[in-house]
Write a protein that binds this ligand. Structure first.
Ligand SMILES: [Zn+2]
Ligand SMILES: [Zn+2]
Length: 442
């Protein structure tokens, strides 16, 4: 492979080799962009069709069928209905590593207010209620970039060897689709990838990229606690065990798990977002239910917080002479942790291609279930691409222009062509970087 100098040996970074001695990344980038430019009318139609016809978590039947048809047309071997509505597309091209590229399929239960000519007016039933559906997280951008990357890589198949494993994952927004695909044999019915990549768009300038080394997003767990008391008259508290008192004490004391038990240099948050207890002022109810969220980056901090939260709830009940509370911590998803070796390999190529338009950023506190594939053993890099005109972003930052809508806003409106072009180009370069390393046997 001429493109990329080896940088990584079985996930160990090798800096001894001069980076890209034989690599002309700028001309490779131009060639990819020219190829995307000629394919763009098709990608634009696909993007606007998916945007106008979004589907919600685990209902992505038409969206999945569109992507499956695109991949079959490119010569991929396609399996549908993996993890309910997921798609797996395999393209074998000689001996070499298996590289996974993931897109999400799902949209959000909300109304689009962009006013775009291709805005969605679709509706569905979600949790018993009729709702509009919108691609306001930009997963439609990811899908168009995913198809474009597949086409570009197939078009330059003389330049790499190995297997492409393109997966379209359902239900990212409810952090359930990655687990569903894994439970349906993603890495047993199909090859287990040696490397994996995913991208996400965000409210910054198109043509620019952001990535993280190590932790990228938080682990998210749901908390449910039911304090069981003994109800009675508000004027006769001695005959009761007051669950509202227990809930109040718990809400305050649980923050000492954060401030006194967790290492203060480590990230961890517990927030109680809902309290359900009682009906009127003069009745002490017989139970109080709390709902919260727990966010962490590291598994040892997460385990410590879970233990401290449970112990605090039990201690509060014991202090009141109440029965043990019911405590449920529902695992949402883990933190995305980028692999140091994969990042070291891909960032050299991406920096050569994008210069000061690619930057490292600190971890974010939202969550993303790509982490499930990493935890299942796929060394990966998850990175971000911008969607707005750079001048509008600059004006927003300078305070001379309005704030731009972020993901999940009803006004979120990426500029399609430059955003998808960057998605395809950056993803193609990232995939080529790891193929090259293995091809050289480094
Ligand atoms: Zn989202
Ligand atoms: Zn998203």
């Amino acid at each position: 492979m001429r493109y990329v100098a080896p940088l990584l040996a079985s996930a160990v970074i090798c800096f001894a080799q001069p980076a890209h001695a034989e690599l002309d990344v700028p001309s490779l980038k131009s060639a990819i962009e020219a190829s995307v430019d000629s394919d763009y009318p098709h990608l634009d139609t696909l993007y606007k069709d998916i945007h106008a016809h979004p589907e919600i978590a685990f209902q992505e039947v038409k969206t999945a069928a569109k992507l499956a048809a695109e991949m079959r047309a490119l010569g991929f071997e396609v399996t549908e209905n993996v993890g309910k509505t997921g798609v797996v597309a395999i393209y074998r091209n000689g001996n070499g590593p298996t590289v996974m590229v993931r897109t999400e399929l799902d949209a959000l239960p909300m109304e689009e207010k962009t006013g775009l000519p291709y805005a969605s007016r679709e509706k569905t039933t979600w949790e018993g209620r009729e709702t509009f559906i919108t691609h306001s997280c930009g997963h439609d951008i990811h899908m168009a970039s995913w198809v474009g990357t597949a086409k570009t890589l197939v078009g330059m198949k003389d330049k790499w060897q190995g297997t492409l494993m393109f997966i379209a994952q359902p239900a990212e927004e409810i952090v359930s689709g990655a687990k569903a695909m894994l439970a349906d044999g993603l890495f047993t019915r199909f090859p287990k990838p040696d490397f994996g990549f995913a991208l996400h768009d965000g409210p910054f300038g198109y043509g620019t990229l952001a990535y993280r080394v190590g932790i990228g997003s938080s682990a998210s767990d749901g908390l449910y606690v039911k304090f069981k008391g003994r109800g009675g008259h508000g004027a006769v508290p001695q005959a009761t065990i007051d669950p509202v008192m227990m809930a109040s004490r718990f809400i305050v004391d649980v923050q000492s798990v954060i401030s006194r038990e967790k290492d203060p240099t480590e990230f961890g948050v517990v927030s109680i977002g809902a309290i359900h207890a009682g009906t009127v002022g003069n009745i002490i109810p017989d139970e109080a239910v709390l709902y919260g969220t727990i966010r962490t980056f590291k598994s040892n901090v997460r385990a410590k917080m879970h233990e401290g939260i449970e112990r605090t709830a039990k201690a509060v009940a014991a202090m009141a002479g109440a029965p043990e509370p019911e405590i449920r911590i529902a695992e949402g998803t883990k933190a995305v942790i980028n692999d140091a070796g994969v990042v070291a390999t891909a960032e050299k190529v991406l920096k050569a291609a994008y210069g000061d338009k690619i930057r490292q950023t600190p971890p974010g506190t939202p969550s993303e279930d790509y982490s499930e594939f990493i935890t299942a053993g796929v060394p990966s890099m998850f990175f971000n691409i911008g969607v707005y005109e750079p001048e509008r972003v600059r004006a927003w930052i300078d305070g001379t222009g309005p704030a731009l809508p972020s993901n999940h806003s009803p006004q979120f409106a990426p500029v399609p062509k430059p955003t998808i072009t960057t998605g395809v180009t950056a993803m193609t370069l990232a995939v080529l970087s790891v193929f090259d390393q293995r091809a050289r046997g480094q």
